[in-house]
Design a protein around this ligand. Sequence first.
Ligand SMILES: Nc1ncnc2c1ncn2[C@@H]1O[C@H](/C=C/CNC(=O)c2cc([N+](=O)[O-])cc(O)c2O)[C@@H](O)[C@H]1O
Ligand SMILES: [Mg+2]
Length: 214
Amino acid sequence: TKSTRPQRLLKAVQKHSTRGDPQSVISAIDHFCRHREWAMNVGDEKGSILDSVVSELNPEKVLELGTYCGYSTVRIARLLPPGARLITLEFNADYAAIARQVIAWAGLEDKVQLVEGASGDWIPRMKEHFGIETFDFVFLDHWKDRYLPDTKLMEDCGLLRKGTVLLADNVICPGVPDYLEYVRNSLSYKSCYFKSHLEYTKAEDGLEKSVFLG
Ligand SMILES: Nc1ncnc2c1ncn2[C@@H]1O[C@H](/C=C/CNC(=O)c2cc([N+](=O)[O-])cc(O)c2O)[C@@H](O)[C@H]1O
Ligand SMILES: [Mg+2]
């Protein structure tokens, strides 16, 4: 049977990157997506903005919504200080299986906990199941119609504290109008837009960084 794109992406990682070297894994995926097959990773251009936000924050507790193949998981986890933890939620079992192998190949499994399930089911269980009080940093990159409901759910579950940073991918393309309207008008957030391009293309896209004010 024909392979899937995530399977071909994983093969490219194993063939063109060095085990235990996260930067080489990132470069192998970017090369594959630029020269072989486009895939919906945050990519290198928006990825370097993600890197700068994570490096500046030095978060201990990180949540990622939508793992896909684990590209942004690797980008974030490689920058985390020892003892920091990244929980990433992915409800597609095939994607989760690929992402686990990409994360392991990068040598980052000790920093990452990939949970197979839906954000709506798992956000309410973060405290009792993972002993998480609040998150320092959240990266939103899952189905675009889930950004707003999941943000409100995180608020309601008390998972955001004064200073928690939300970083949302694709606020222009495919776009998340309801989420943008909320974080830009709510008195509970200080929001700013980082203009960039849709991964591996010339189309405009960008990241929205929103600080929760409590
Ligand atoms: N509620 C949920 N809980 C857990 N996992 C969930 C979830 N909703 C979706 N997911 C997972 O998150 C990924 C979806 C990403 C949607 N991105 C996109 O649709 C997307 C599209 C383009 N694009 O079309 O150019 C560009 C991009 O950067 C994009 O992120 C998939 O791996 C999916 O299984
Ligand atoms: Mg995206």
